[in-house]
Write a protein of this length. Structure first.
Length: 137
């Protein structure tokens, strides 16, 4: 945590709602929210459950595994850290939530099983990316 003027603390990265996600990413741990009332898993973070509107959501560690729900190959050069071509996918975690992410370390098809990996970034927490199950790394 860093300190703001007036002695208020601020997350080192992200905002108060997303800070726990980025703190876990720094530990290479993929977390999502789970409702303590109805058990629904969700991502991206919100202050309430999308299924029952309860405000009893908590962060839980995922298995880091899932399946490719949708994907596309990007051929345009849009940012220096992403050299085309690269794969952008929606991965459905075994726990249920879907994440927009990149696929690394091998070809993939819709329905293929994947597991989380981490893309390091200078001065920021790593990004969760996914690789095909069975890929080295």
């Amino acid at each position: 945590m860093t300190e703001r003027p007036g002695g208020q603390s601020a997350p080192a990265y992200g905002d108060p709602l997303t800070a726990p996600f980025w703190e876990a990413a720094a530990r290479r741990e993929l977390i999502v929210q789970r409702c303590q009332t109805c058990g629904h898993y969700q991502f991206y973070p919100r202050p309430y459950c999308l299924a029952c509107q309860s405000d009893t959501v908590a962060w839980v560690t995922t298995s880091g595994r899932g399946a490719v729900h949708s994907m596309t190959t990007v051929h345009m050069d849009i940012a220096p850290e992403f050299t085309p071509p690269y794969l952008v996918a929606i991965v459905e975690l075994d726990e249920g939530p879907r994440l927009i992410t990149n696929i690394v370390d091998g070809p993939c098809r819709i329905g293929d099983r994947v597991r989380v990996a981490w893309k390091d970034r200078d001065g920021m927490p790593p990004l969760p990316v996914f690789r095909p199950e069975g890929a080295d790394g």
